[in-house]
Design a protein around this ligand. Structure first.
Ligand code: ZN
Length: 501
């Protein structure tokens, strides 16, 4: 097979895989938004069939042949080399993990999820222990099947963040702990309470939705190629070229969960809309790193959406949306968007404490996969680590070790990507500001296009044609570190708690 034939064949076959994935994602989106409850079992069967078909396509001899020929022909560093690297990753995984193990995992996950829902409701960790024991064991087997020579936790980390490893993450988390621990403690011990009343009030759902849609559209999200729907948990899914779905949820008495949730998912969505359309159905045309993905959502949510400049622009729109809540100034509102307060629940955590929540999970997962901690000991270890790192003790298991769904889904090694995303967002934002000048002043004038254009060029268009660490280094001029995030958090805390930190 000559090079052109092999390359065309690879893209043709990959296009079919991409289309199957699009169908899977559309059904999953529907399941979370519009599907009637009675459709659960039927939908499960449909999704299992699609998963089986995808596995068959990924392990098909004609794909492996085309891929091998492309590997032969690809010059190091070329676009084709990036294509074959990502294709090889998915194909190997499909071929190396035995189908029996895949099935055992799928069954263990669905049982664990059902048990977790009840265990969390009753705050009964004991009941969940056999499930998590089984899942850790199966994930160990899966990691060994993918790469028998590597530590299991490294294999799992690499599934979510290509190129990441425990050894690479440890120093980042250690620095965050060393720097953020004292900051968070100083604020907590000072007893200074920020007045959060400017964030509270009465916010009818239709007005919250209108405001979210208006702001997202003005920033640059294309609603001709996307939409926003209510769901129990906010998420974003890029289904296909021209079809990016965002979801949101709201609270009547606090506008923050809806608005910042929409900005977060919009950030994911802008990335999906910015991927190179002509490569959308090829292995490298996708978003490959969860860290990079999260850096986009965190940037719009936190660095843009909580900035003074953004609120100078957004406040008149906010006041028009909620005429009954019009008496607000940026100066009164801004501190309420930046409170620092240790609390037990990760998804409700502020910007400064958030990464400490992730650190707890990273430490526990490391210990689990190193065999230093047994699943049965997780509950107590969780509480002790919260005490040590955040200075608080969860009231019960529901508020502690059972709060996140990830482990019930059998997902280990995912949490660190949240912190990687935060670190990347701050580093990219600092680099964009060096290139573009005062971004806060631009936001105050409603100018978001320069930042979006910069992200399109540096992050969205390269898609999978550059490795995640290469993307960060090219865009920001250095490899990933904690300096920019720590500087941002310290600057903000000093402004909100002037006499404390
Ligand atoms: Zn996200």
């Amino acid at each position: 097979m000559d090079r052109d034939t092999a390359e065309n064949r690879l893209y043709e076959l990959w296009g079919e895989i991409t289309d199957l994935e699009a169908a899977e994602q559309l059904l999953e989106w529907d399941q979370e938004t519009h599907m009637p409850a009675g459709a659960q079992a039927g939908r499960g069967k449909t999704l299992a069939t699609l998963a089986g078909l995808k596995h068959r396509l990924l392990s098909a001899p004609e794909l492996r042949e085309a891929l091998a020929a492309c590997e032969e022909a690809a010059e190091p560093g070329s676009a084709l080399a990036a294509q074959v690297r990502w294709a090889r990753r998915d194909v190997d995984r499909a071929v190396k993990v035995p189908e029996t193990l895949e099935r055992e995992l799928a069954e263990a996950k669905s049982r664990a999820l059902a048990v977790w829902i009840e265990a969390r409701r009753d705050s009964d960790f004991e009941r969940f222990v056999p499930e998590i024991e089984r899942l850790v064991e199966l994930r160990r087997q899966e990691a060994a099947a993918i790469d028998p020579g590597a530590p299991a936790y490294d294999v799992l980390l690499d599934l979510f963040e290509p190129g990441s490893s425990e050894a690479g993450l440890v120093p980042l988390f250690e620095e965050l702990r060393r720097e953020l621990g004292p900051l968070v403690r100083a604020v907590a011990e000072s007893g200074v309470e920020i007045d959060e009343s400017p964030a509270l009030g009465h916010f009818p759902e239709p007005a919250q939705k209108c405001l979210g849609l208006e702001i997202a559209a003005e920033i640059g999200f294309d609603f001709e190629s996307g939409r926003l729907d209510l769901a129990p948990h906010p998420f974003c899914v890029g289904i296909a070229q021209g079809d990016v779905r965002l979801t949101w949820r709201y609270q009547d008495d606090d506008f923050r969960p809806a608005l910042f949730g929409i900005l977060h998912e919009m950030g994911h969505g802008l990335y999906e809309q910015g991927l190179p359309g002509e490569w959308r159905r090829t292995p490298a045309g996708r978003a490959m790193s969860l860290g990079i993905h999260e850096s986009q959502s965190r940037m719009w949510e936190n660095l843009v959406g909580r900035s003074r400049g953004f609120w100078q622009w957004a406040l008149p729109r906010f006041q028009a949306a909620f005429p009954g809540e019009a008496e607000r100034t940026v100066e009164a509102l801004w501190p309420a968007l930046h409170t620092v307060k240790p609390s037990p629940i990760r998804v409700e955590a502020d910007e400064a404490t958030y990464n400490l929540h992730v650190l707890v999970r990273f430490e526990l997962e490391r210990a689990l996969f190193a065999g230093q901690l047994q699943p049965a000991e997780l509950g107590a270890a969780w509480d002790d680590l919260y005490q040590e790192v955040l200075g608080i003790r969860p009231g019960d298991a529901a508020e502690g070790v059972l709060q996140d769904v990830h482990w019930a889904h059998g997902v280990f090694g995912y949490f660190p990507t949240y912190t990687l995303g935060n670190l990347m967002s701050a580093q990219l934002y600092a680099a964009a500001e060096r290139d573009l000048g005062d971004l806060d002043a631009a936001f105050a004038r409603g100018e978001f296009a320069p930042l979006l254009g910069w992200l399109r060029e540096k992050i969205h268009h390269p898609a999978g044609f550059q490795e995640p660490d290469e993307l960060i280094e090219r865009a920001s001029g250095k490899s990933l570190d904690t300096a920019d995030l720590l500087a941002h958090l310290r600057r903000t805390a000093e402004a909100v708690y002037p006499l404390v930190v």
